[in-house]
Design a protein around this ligand. Structure first.
Ligand code: URA
Length: 245
């Protein structure tokens, strides 16, 4: 008969592995290499495997959520109503990463549900997808007061959990929404105006930086560029080109 394992001991072991991964992620700092040119067709070859085995999908995500717990690792916990972990399909091919929750997200505990979130939903639907078919999360999980940008120590505290989420999700493509998410994931300071529309690589996963929906609400003339970026994502995922808009 096979060995009977204690589920609690097994979970504790996986949680230890996750903590090791978080420490590993905290110690890293290399730049992610760009893919060649806008819409480059080659898939990235360098897939870096982190030095721990982790479960993926829903199990992996729920472990990350458990590890995050009632997080008090940075001062953003003091003003939050709800921690906004992420939402969507744990097996999604496509993940959108934003900056951090705003007031409505903080209230509801869901990412991208305010005005910019409604625009993001329309963008996803224009791609022929439903929100539930993708996964949406943020760099930081708690609302920065007054919607300011997250500070370096807040990012440092939270980013390992984003990394662990993405490692569990292992999507076919990531869309980084806005300069903050793109620069954080790519570990570089290039402005979003130069990053957008060009395939990059995050941990072996193709990453497309594009404008943040909040920016698009302020600058609607830029929506066409964001749509061009999403069409590159659709092409890479082998999705049907949308009907002419
Ligand atoms: N802006 C973000 O970057 N994320 C959200 O969840 C909402 C607004």
């Amino acid at each position: 008969m096979g060995e009977v394992r204690d589920p609690a001991a097994e979970l504790a072991e996986v949680a230890r592995e996750l903590r090791r991964h978080v420490r590993w992620a905290q110690g890293r700092g290399e730049t992610q290499a760009p893919l060649a040119g806008p819409g480059a067709s080659e898939l990235p070859v360098a897939v870096e495997i982190p030095p721990v085995a982790r479960p993926g999908g829903a199990d992996g995500l729920s472990l990350v959520r458990t590890e995050l717990g009632d997080c008090r690792r940075c001062k953003l916990c003091e003003g939050r109503s709800n921690l906004v972990f992420g939402a969507g399909d744990p097996h999604a091919d496509l993940v959108f990463v934003g900056e951090g929750p705003g007031a409505e997200e903080d209230e509801q505990g869901e990412p991208f549900v305010g005005k910019p979130g409604q625009l993001l939903t329309r963008m996803i639907e224009a791609m022929g997808l439903r929100r539930e078919q993708v996964y949406i999360c943020n760099v930081v999980k708690c609302r920065p007061p007054g919607n300011r940008s997250p500070e370096p120590e807040e990012i440092a505290a939270c980013e390992p959990f984003l990394q662990a989420q993405l490692a569990a999700l292992r999507p076919k493509a990531i869309v980084a929404l806005g300069e903050f998410a793109a620069q954080t994931l790519l570990r570089e300071q290039t402005p979003i105006t130069r990053l957008r529309g060009t395939w990059r690589v995050y941990e072996g996963i193709p990453l497309m930086p594009t404008f943040h929906p909040a920016y698009l609400l302020r600058s609607p003339a830029e929506k066409a560029k964001a749509w061009d970026d999403l069409k590159l994502v659709m092409a890479r995922l082998g999705m049907e080109p949308p009907a002419r808009r």
